[in-house]
Ligand binder design. Structure first.
Ligand code: HEM
Length: 123
């Protein structure tokens, strides 16, 4: 039997409604951020929201499966540099702050996502 997943981070992020809300808020910020907006110009933002919701749900222990592309594949040919990576993360933090995600939960999620930078940058 598989042990039950620890969904404490998912719950601390506000579950499906909470994650959905801050992901939507973050996407609006990315699209409006002159440092990275050009990368989102031709992107299907509804699909992006769906994929990020399921990825963050999964990564935080929630009852979801991520069935989108690998991080290498999703960010291929964008040649994302460190400044752009940090710009996206700063907007994500602002979005979580605006949606009143507790700081401890913000930090746990960021720690979970940070190691992915190697699969995302310079692809
Ligand atoms: C830890 C950081 C990041 C995570 C977890 C992440 C996650 C994702 C996911 C799940 C998708 C959807 C993949 C799919 O549709 O199959 C995606 C797409 C995308 N990401 Fe990221 N991403 C991150 C960082 C970045 C950065 C730094 C940028 C640019 C500054 C970026 C730009 C994009 C764009 C433009 C797309 C849409 C690609 C397309 O639909 O063709 N991402 N990302």
């Amino acid at each position: 039997a598989t042990p039950p997943r620890d969904d404490s981070l998912y719950r601390a992020l506000g579950g499906e409604a909470g994650v959905s809300a801050f992901v939507e808020d973050a996407i609006v910020r990315w699209v409006e951020n002159p440092r990275i907006s050009h990368l989102f110009a031709d992107v299907d933002l509804v699909n992006l929201h769906t994929q990020l919701l399921s990825q963050i749900c999964f990564e935080s222990g929630g009852p979801c499966h991520y069935s989108g592309r690998s991080m290498e594949e999703a960010h291929r040919d964008m040649n994302i540099d460190e400044g752009q990576f940090n710009a996206l993360v700063e907007d994500l933090i602002d979005a979580m702050e605006a949606r009143q995600v507790p700081i401890a939960a913000q930090n746990r999620l960021l720690a979970q996502l940070a190691p992915m930078r190697h699969q995302i940058m310079h692809q």
